[in-house]
Design a protein around this ligand. Structure first.
Ligand code: MIC
Ligand code: SF4
Length: 621
């Protein structure tokens, strides 16, 4: 039996395998970090005492906290730049663009492994790389040359047949798939695309699809590397990076889906979850207040070509605010040179910086109860900065047409003019710096040392500090946005905001009690890779999270920082008294208040068990 493309890349990078626990460790070729997770990752890396990174390529991007409201963000940027220069990391300065867009343009290579401290790292899999999101500490370890361990993923084969109709786009393919598989349907799986429909999709479209594979909870997504990939690398002046890659024809998938592109309709992820999917035809006539086009999902030159074709000669509706954030300097230069920027400005667009911006709640929060259409990838409760806003995730075509009409509109059948795509892309090196392997690291006053954690112990009593439902996101646990992001390098301060959007008293309650546990249902910790969603609760004294199931990245982050993840579906109320007792073989959780005990096999590997025993990975160095 032949191999899937996923296992061709994984096996070529295999360092070791633990079949008993269904795990494998792989060599990481490339890493990326962004500023919001990067400061922690580099503090961790520095604590290893190594003189330079051991990867083929590591890149540090600044794209999340670019508001610079106060000295904190700018201090973080300086820290990151000086670390990069000293330790051998390429540095992409604020303004150069969103990490995933720039990485795709400049660095992603077919067949390479990439580990990034951001859950949307798989965007780079659009060129046939195997790109995986992880917590900052895992990326720090990869930069130090250590292998990365994953659950041996199941491979989901998604066969694409035929061709999209006019007005339907790559965004609709992935939203449709998320609707089918749900936000937890991809955990510990790689989504592999194949079939005749693949060649009808350009690299930016493939990248959009891989990007939102993160919303399935998938380990990664992957497209073959074919002539379309070669063409993309050629216009990026790096055809030499091309290698053809595809599955063996007789390879077999663990799960199968077929999507007939010719029957897909424009669709949307409705409030407040990417898997709340409806066709646009069911939403038409909903009045729109805000439209935002950008983010690492849909901010390529190709996306803006389509948007301009819809906006050409038109004005946006008077009640709509349209914000446009080109994904990179390259995209910005391209739309400027090719007349697209003029079209956008004449239509009434506001031009935002090439950065994450509103996607992470850094500005552009909608009005109370407003309807906001975004080409982004997440519409979790509160993420826009306005809890009552209704955020819909849509394609650039739906966004642009709705901005003109003032209500949600379907572009199905809309013929777009042909702007020429056959142009050479500028390299735009003005904000990209090669390391000089020298200089001192500069640390501003808001960059605090890493906290030290004691082991939780093998038998402890603690009270339930919060009891939660299914699909709790890391945005619920550790909110982002303009108020909180400046404290990503200051754990004591950021811990005040844990669960603050849904339970303001959480942080104080934990500190008053000294210790505690979190109880939840399915898919706890989905979404962002931010390890702050583990470190900050640990700082507040959380010793264990008891949930029916966990999202991949967050579970690893919990273990890395010495919090015990316990997979049990337990009924519990606030302040219930809990006892946790575990050894190498079993974990027993007793809800003393409800007089109920649950014993499960301890699923941790030896390595994970040791990490919990010593209080987390940082205590092993
Ligand atoms: C996000 O989209 O939620 C982020 C912000 O990019 C995160 C990382 C972070 O929280 O810093 C992610 O997706 O991993
Ligand atoms: Fe930035 Fe948003 Fe992409 Fe996260 S999802 S990397 S915040 S653009």
């Amino acid at each position: 039996m032949g191999k899937t493309l996923t296992y061709k890349i994984l096996d070529a990078h295999k360092v070791s395998e633990d079949l008993e626990n269904n795990k494998m460790s792989i060599k990481i070729d490339h890493t990326l970090t962004q500023d919001a997770t990067g400061t922690m990752a580099y503090l961790e890396f520095i604590s290893f005492g190594i003189d330079k990174v051991k990867t083929e390529l590591s890149v540090s991007y600044v794209d999340h906290n670019t508001l610079q409201n106060g000295f904190m963000n700018a201090d973080d940027h300086k820290f990151l730049q000086t670390v990069a220069n000293k330790y051998g990391i390429v540095f992409s300065k604020a303004g150069n663009g969103i990490c995933h867009q720039v990485n795709l343009e400049r660095f992603a290579k077919p067949g390479k492994t990439l580990l990034g401290s951001d859950s949307h790292t798989p965007t780079s899999s659009g060129v046939g790389a195997l790109a995986i999101g992880a917590g900052g500490l895992d990326v720090a370890c990869a930069m130090a040359g250590m292998p990365f361990t994953i659950v041996r993923p199941k491979v989901v084969g998604v066969k694409l047949i035929n061709k999209l109709r006019d007005g339907v786009s790559a965004k609709d393919i992935i939203i449709h798939l998320i609707g089918l598989m749900t936000v937890k349907g991809g955990v510990n799986k790689v989504i592999e695309y194949y079939g005749d429909g693949v060649k009808t999709l350009g690299v930016p479209e493939r990248a959009t699809i891989c990007n939102m594979g993160a919303e399935l909870g998938a380990t990664s997504s992957v497209f073959p590397s074919d002539e379309v990939t070669r063409e993309f690398l050629k216009i990026q002046s790096r055809e030499e990076d091309f290698v053809p890659l595809s599955r063996d024809e007789d390879s077999v998938y663990d799960e199968n889906y077929t999507i007939d592109l010719a029957t897909l309709e424009p669709c949307a992820s409705c409030p407040n979850s990417p898997d709340n999917v409806k066709n646009i035809s069911e939403l038409k006539d909903i009045k729109v207040d805000q439209v935002l086009i950008g983010s690492c999902t849909n901010s390529s030159y190709y996306d803006f070509v389509k948007v301009a074709s819809i906006l050409k000669g038109k004005k946006i509706h008077k009640d709509v605010s349209l914000g446009i954030a080109p994904g990179s300097q390259q995209v910005l230069q391209m739309i400027t040179k090719n007349g697209i920027l003029d079209v956008l400005l004449e239509a009434g667009a506001r031009i935002l910086e090439s950065a994450c911006g509103p996607c992470i709640g850094m500005g552009q929060s909608p009005a109370t109860d407003a309807v906001s259409l975004r080409t982004f990838n997440r519409n979790f409760y509160g993420r826009s900065g306005t809890n009552s806003a209704k955020v819909y995730l849509v394609s650039p075509e739906v966004a642009a047409l709705s901005a003109v009409n003032g209500y949600i509109s379907s572009p199905l059948g809309l013929k777009l003019d042909k702007f020429s795509m056959n142009v050479t892309y500028p390299k735009c090196d003005s904000l990209l710096y090669k390391p000089e392997y020298k200089g001192e690291v500069v640390m501003g006053p808001n960059i605090k040392p890493l906290p030290k954690f004691e082991p939780i112990g093998e038998n402890f009593d603690a009270k339930v500090m919060i009891s939660l439902e299914d699909n709790i996101t890391t945005d619920h646990i550790m909110p982002a946005g303009a108020k909180v992001l400046p404290y990503r390098s200051n754990i004591e301060k950021i811990s005040e905001f844990v669960f603050s959007n849904i339970d303001e008293g959480f942080s104080k309650r934990c500190l008053d009690n000294g210790s505690g546990v979190i109880v939840a249902k399915e898919n706890y910790g989905q979404g962002s890779s931010r390890e702050h969603a583990a470190i900050a609760p640990r700082y507040l004294g959380i010793k264990a999270v008891i949930a029916s199931s966990f999202a991949r990245i967050h579970k690893k982050n919990l273990i890395n920082f010495g919090i015990l993840p316990i997979e049990v579906n337990m009924e519990a109320d606030l302040f219930d008294e809990i006892n946790v007792k575990y050894d190498r073989n079993t974990i027993t959780v007793t809800n003393k208040t409800k007089n109920k005990s649950y014993t499960v096999e301890n699923p941790l590997t030896d390595e994970e068990y040791n990490l919990i025993s010593v209080g987390g990975l940082l205590n092993t160095f």
